[in-house]
Design a protein around this ligand. Structure first.
Ligand SMILES: Cc1ncc(COP(=O)(O)O)c(C=O)c1O
Length: 454
């Protein structure tokens, strides 16, 4: 038989449960704290922002949570997603390594984000919420939530970081096509936005500022709630459908990964792919190295502090124990807008502290070089975010070329770049630069971490 390129599952092999890694960890991650009292937040503190079903999922200790039939029905529009063996990339690199990628670009909006947008909209609609507010960086999350809200007939209002809003006008049109309203962030519609604009009229925005604006609007409207595209436990749990499918696909391939690599913004595609593999590793059934890749311009895991900090810039959210660059940190306007977040998911940060995953930071030029290499071999133009994971794959595959090792590498190709082509234009024109964070910048933003709760 000819060499196989794609490992595809039937719809009836789609996972029917999400996996909660917390159930298998030696200890749970530290809880979110109320900034006023310093005590763990309770359901009542979160109720103005989230529906009860999601608050329950955020704190559950259950190993598995059933996926509602209604959500499974929507998932079937694009799930199960294919696992590819990147044979052409392997040949182009001349590596003995076997490279696999789980491709989430087949979703309606071109990324992994609908895996959680759909259940979030579903649970909100079920509890009578009529509008969701949110932030978006690259626009992938905003498009996913706009699509999900259209599916369940609720309104959607999105704050998009100014840098991406200007770089990616077609994302806005996509969100509007699904019926959403989109504002550049910082905006003058919220107190948080106006405060930033007063100090920095030309602010390029950040996910932290956009979160403040969306949270502020939801908190002020009893019919609205807020949806977050990453970071929280329930979001990472929804994304585990990626890893559960990949495990079954590896059985089809008759292979086992030695390394699982993903990019990390807030940690959701990475957690989604890797947590089911981590379950297998903790149970002693396999032993892959699990490696997170972040931008050198926003290095929360590799250069941030593990401390309680706000999830947003204005300080409206509970305090989260996470790897953070400081909530006032504004990353340079790099092209991977989805990775421009000052913190890392508390669960991912905890897993990193436990030594279960490794991390490295890569500059964007190396990432886009890997993205172009991948596109020319495999025919898919990767979103700027997963080019970070691809850069690490290429590094590993070239190491294997030196040593002759036949390592099995798995990565999450969590989105395509069809609406991110200006980033490639900049790379191809040779005017992309690497924006390293200086120690002085970092010192200043780390000083803004609230000292009381560290
Ligand atoms: C395609 C893509 N990949 C990755 C990310 C980063 O988020 P996360 O770390 O939650 O997967 C984003 C965020 O917007 C994204 O759009």
């Amino acid at each position: 038989m000819a060499e196989r390129t794609k490992y595809v599952l039937d719809e009836d092999q789609m996972p029917t449960r999400w996996y909660n890694l917390i159930a298998d960890l030696p200890e749970p991650p530290p809880p979110p704290l109320h900034p006023g009292t310093g005590q763990p937040v309770g359901p009542d503190d979160l109720a103005p922002l989230f529906p009860m079903a999601l608050i329950a999922q955020e704190v559950t200790a259950d190993r598995y949570v059933d996926i509602p039939d209604d959500v499974l029905e929507v998932y079937r529009l694009w799930r199960p997603s294919p696992l590819y063996r990147a044979r052409r990339l392997e040949k182009a690199l001349g590596t003995p390594a076997r490279i696999y990628y789980k491709y989430e670009g087949v979703s309606p909006v071109g990324s992994h984000k609908p895996n959680t947008a759909v259940p979030q909209a579903y649970y909100n609609a079920a509890e009578g919420v009529t509008k969701l507010t949110t932030e978006t960086g690259a626009g992938q999350w905003g498009s996913a939530l706009a699509f999900a809200c259209a599916t369940y007939g609720i309104d959607c209002e999105v704050w998009q970081g100014r840098a991406s809003y200007d770089q990616k006008p077609y994302r806005k049109i996509m969100m509007e096509t699904f019926g959403a309203t989109v504002h550049p962030s910082p905006s003058d519609l919220t107190q948080s936005g106006r405060a930033v604009l007063a100090e920095h009229p030309d602010s390029t925005g950040s996910l932290g500022i956009a979160i403040s604006e969306a949270v502020e609007m939801a908190a002020g409207d009893p019919n609205a709630r807020y949806a977050l595209g990453s970071v929280l436990n329930h979001v990472l749990m929804h994304q585990t459908v990626i890893g559960e499918e990949a495990l079954k696909q590896f059985e089809l391939a008759g292979d086992t990964p030695d390394i699982v690599v993903g990019c990390t913004g807030g940690g959701s595609n990475f957690g989604g792919l890797t947590f089911p593999f981590l379950r297998e590793k903790l149970a002693g059934r396999m032993d892959p190295v699990i490696r997170a890749v972040e931008p050198a311009a926003c290095p929360s895991l590799t250069r941030g502090r593990y401390a309680y900090d706000f999830g947003d810039t204005a300080g409206l959210t509970p305090l989260l124990k996470m790897h953070t660059l400081g909530h006032e940190f504004i990353p340079d306007p790099i092209h991977a807008g989805g990775l421009r977040y000052h913190g890392m998911s508390p669960l991912m940060s905890h897993v990193y502290e436990l030594g279960l995953v490794e991390a490295l930071a890569v500059g964007q030029q190396e990432c886009f070089a890997a993205g172009v290499r991948f596109a020319r071999a495999e025919g898919i133009i990767p979103a700027p975010e997963p080019t970070h994971a691809l850069a690490a794959c290429v590094q590993e595959a070239l190491r294997c070329k030196e040593t002759g090792e036949e390592k099995v590498i798995l990565t999450a190709l969590c989105g395509h770049a069809h609406l991110d082509l200006p980033a490639y234009a900049s790379y191809l024109a040779g005017d992309m630069v690497d924006n390293e964070v200086t120690d002085a910048d970092l010192e200043q933003s780390l000083a803004g971490i609230p000292s009381t709760a560290s």
